[in-house]
Design a protein around this ligand. Structure first.
Ligand code: DLL
Length: 446
């Protein structure tokens, strides 16, 4: 497909790299990968040590599949090198630092050179444009600003695209609604659950969420389902697309979804080489890499990053690679079913919150507001799952009790787990301010 034909279908002028052939893209990946491996080996002691221990050298990468011989990098590696041990450039060349919240240990720190920031902005701009946002549009950015990559990452991308950015950040929902009413933005950037919070709060104020100026939503930072897309698109009368990313690899904009197909995010493969590996195997070796279409854990190698080159980073995100569609050379990722560390194992059955979301949202009496509670009653060895879910405002308590039974049966049929469903009053469960916590693990700690 030429640049002109793609531009004709979407009315947008694309980056040259979005329209190149797969062969050209793979040639670019190979040369960038060879450079990145040598660069990381020479500049980051952790990579030199790991490569040496695994008996591999950057010159061993002659073709793309040779990447499978190189060792993985994990979040634990980044934690051990806290704060700046993974940086490949001297501190004065680092233009910005971001970090994860570090709720479960030390924060993970990432850095960017000026060029890294420019590349990041370009890729977020590319993702937003793919999702329908155009230069000149007003963009309401409700991703959190600060050490989290969402706010500033999305902000720079929207500016680079030529939009008017409204940097509201997350939270203060009443104020968000006032600004949406007054500034009349064309697009909103937020997590899917926070957009739900905004829509809900509008309804409470007597505002029809479908009546706002918003035409596009670019949503990410947490797993969400096709059912949630439908819910948000209908309630808010807009087109909702996915944006994916993670701080260790860059931030938002590693992959973005095209509005004309809405069939999963295209990974921007001119900057990142994805692989899928067995999520529960620590093995390295070309054999442990799974083929396109197979489900496993997503692994990324950066191809252009200067401050923090990342080699075979284990994201813990579970998905699969699919062929490119609207951007034929760039593979897509399937929806993320969950993170391997967010998987609930309930009496031998694996379960993810997104499976419950998918099932619950198909039951019209039930709302998308739910949480999962894991308990282990005194003296028992069996864990118990309780799905707490709000009924829809328009539905009676009796109707919702029937719906609860349906949900329980559907979970048993489709997931294989027995659970208790507890339908609660509308507005009683905690609302999202950004990334929503779905799982409440109340089991006694071992
Ligand atoms: O959440 C970056 C981001 C910000 C992406 C804004 C999109 C929009 P982290 O805080 O490092 O970075 O969290 C990364 O969030 O490994 C996934 O588990 C999850 N995640 C991010 N985007 C998606 C998505 C940002 N579109 C972690 N679908 C990742 C599902 C997502 N999960």
């Amino acid at each position: 497909m030429t640049q002109e034909t793609v531009a004709a279908t979407t009315g947008a002028v694309l980056d040259r790299e979005e329209t190149i052939s797969r062969d050209e893209l793979e040639a670019l990946q190979l040369s960038r990968l060879q450079h990145t491996l040598a660069y990381a080996y020479d500049r980051v002691p952790l990579y030199k040590r790991k490569f040496d221990e695994a008996g591999v050298h950057p010159t061993d990468l002659r073709e793309l599949s040779d990447l499978g011989k190189f060792p993985f990098t994990t979040k634990e590696d980044l934690r051990l090198e806290y704060p700046f041990g993974m940086f490949a450039v001297p501190q004065h060349e680092v233009a910005r630092i971001h970090a994860s919240s570090g709720t479960t240990g030390r924060a993970t720190v990432v850095g960017y050179t000026k060029k890294d920031l420019a590349d990041w902005a370009k890729l977020v701009a590319r993702s937003l444009r793919a999702s329908g946002v155009r230069p000149g549009m007003k963009v309401h950015n409700a991703y959190g600003y600060g050490l989290f990559t969402g706010g500033l990452g999305a902000h720079a991308g929207a500016e680079a695209l030529g939009c008017t950015v409204i940097p509201i950040s997350g939270g203060q929902t009443e104020r968000q609604i006032t600004l949406i009413q007054d500034f009349k933005p064309d697009a909103i950037l937020s997590t899917p659950t926070y957009l739900l919070t905004i829509a809900d709060a509008m309804i409470k104020q007597g505002i029809d969420p479908a009546s706002t100026s918003l035409k596009y939503a670019v949503l990410g930072a947490e797993p969400w389902t096709e059912e949630m897309r439908h819910e948000l698109e209908v309630t808010m009368n807009l087109k909702a697309c996915d944006i994916y990313g993670l701080s260790e690899v860059m931030g938002p904009g590693v992959a973005g979804e095209c509005v004309e197909t809405q069939d999963g995010s295209h990974i921007w493969e001119d900057h990142f080489r994805p692989e899928i590996v067995d999520a529960f195997s620590p093995a390295i070796g070309v054999d442990s890499v799974l083929g396109d279409g197979e489900h496993g854990e997503l692994v990324f190698t950066s191809l252009t990053k200067e401050a923090l080159p990342i080699i075979r980073y284990r994201t813990k995100d579970l998905t699969r690679l699919l062929p490119g569609t609207a951007r034929p050379a760039h593979r897509r990722m399937g929806r993320i079913t969950g993170r391997s560390d967010d998987m609930i194992i309930l009496r031998g059955v694996n379960l993810f919150p997104s499976q419950i979301e998918e099932i619950a949202l198909r039951i019209p009496e039930l709302s998308p507001h739910f949480q999962l509670e894991l308990t282990r009653p005194e003296g028992q060895r069996m864990d118990r799952l309780t799905v707490k879910i709000e009924r829809r405002e328009s539905v009676s308590v009796e109707q919702s009790a029937t719906a609860a039974k349906v949900l329980q049966q559907q979970i048993k049929i489709h997931v294989g787990s027995s659970c208790t469903v507890d339908v609660v009053e509308p507005g009683t469960l905690e609302r999202s301010n950004g990334k929503l916590r779905r799982i409440y693990d109340m089991r006694p700690k071992a």
